[in-house]
Design a protein around this ligand. Structure first.
Ligand SMILES: [Zn+2]
Length: 333
């Protein structure tokens, strides 16, 4: 059933690469990617066979829609594939929506892996976005029509930081987060976690740390960073104390982590005052609980395993998707 559904989803998205992950303990993940819009149908099951058990989950993953509004001027992307693709992103996202909503059994949620909106900032004034149709309006119209609940995380194109110039940057809390909530609804939080079946899903925000702070000496938007507050929160979600007191709220449970940038793009030692001073350090400290880390951003399929990574440095050498005991085998065409 999942195989058939995946094939339909792949056709809808115009996918160019595909494959499958097998976690020998618990999870089966179908992965596919397109030029801009990428889709995955995740079936996480406690059983290796086809039968499902209580607590299993089904989640559709989408990434990198890069929705544009009427202000967008074609075509300034980094390559011809993206220049062609970005003009089709609305129709492709709607086609993906139709296919996701036709899946049987239906997924419990759609997780959107970031770069929802493409460079959508045309004013520092929130009121401008209410008065003028724009890319957030487009996003609100499409996602407001999804019958499957959508959980968001955000990507680099959902923010705009100009390092060294606060005046040329768009305020992350005062503007971006207001736009997300207003146009995409109460689930459009800066970062969040949810319990689904017997799994925890953690949605990280990689633009809240020093690499996205225009006034910080380490500002460089090529890199992902979470900020100390979110790092402490993540540690607690994974069952640790967070270094800031209080009890962990996560417990020891199988967890999927979602972050727009693949982990090698994450800034190291971003919060030196913390025991685990960056996202990779926190994840490695709790690797036993983490089933996989999913990312968007690169617009292409890749994966890596870190089964023997004992140090953060070893972990940093691994590539885009990480998990213990995850193996890859290409699907037959
Ligand atoms: Zn991106």
């Amino acid at each position: 059933m999942a195989e058939k559904s995946f094939r339909r989803l792949r056709e809808a998205l115009g996918l160019i690469q595909h494959g499958s992950f097998f976690n020998i303990r618990t999870a089966v993940v179908f992965l596919a990617s397109a030029a801009l819009l990428c889709g995955i149908y995740l079936v996480a099951s406690a059983a290796r066979g086809t039968s499902e058990r209580e607590g299993d989950i089904r989640v559709a993953l989408l990434a990198d829609a890069h929705l544009i509004g009427p202000q967008y001027v074609c075509c300034t992307e980094s390559n011809d594939v993206d220049n062609e693709s970005i003009m089709k992103t609305v129709e492709r996202l709607k086609a993906a929506q139709q296919q996701i909503e036709a899946l049987s059994p239906p997924p419990a949620a759609v997780v959107f892996l970031g770069d929802v909106i493409h460079n959508g900032y045309y004013s520092h004034n929130f009121e401008w976005y209410l008065a003028n149709r724009n890319a957030y309006t487009v996003g609100g119209e499409i996602f407001g029509n999804f019958s499957v609940p959508v959980r968001y995380l955000w990507g680099n194109h959902d923010y705009h930081t100009s390092c060294g110039s606060a005046a040329d940057s768009y305020d992350r809390t005062g503007l971006s987060h207001r736009l997300f909530r207003h146009f995409l609804g109460p689930a459009a939080l800066p970062y969040s976690a949810v319990q689904m079946g017997r799994y925890k899903l953690i949605f990280l925000n990689a633009m809240l740390g020093p690499s996205w702070d225009p006034t910080h000496p380490r500002c460089d938007t090529k890199y992902a960073s979470l900020g100390a507050e979110q790092l402490v929160w993540l540690e607690r979600q994974l069952g640790g104390g967070g270094g800031g007191g209080g009890s962990g709220s996560g417990g020891q449970q199988p967890t999927f982590v979602f972050m727009h940038h693949p982990l090698p793009a994450a800034l190291r030692n971003e919060a030196p005052e913390l025991k685990h001073p960056d996202v990779l350090s926190v994840l490695l400290a709790h690797a036993d609980n983490i089933m996989a880390v999913f990312s968007g951003h690169y617009h292409r399929h890749s994966f890596a395993t870190i089964p023997a990574a004992k140090t953060a440095a070893q972990g940093a050498a691994a590539a885009a998707a990480h998990a213990r005991d995850v193996y890859f085998s290409p699907m037959a065409k």
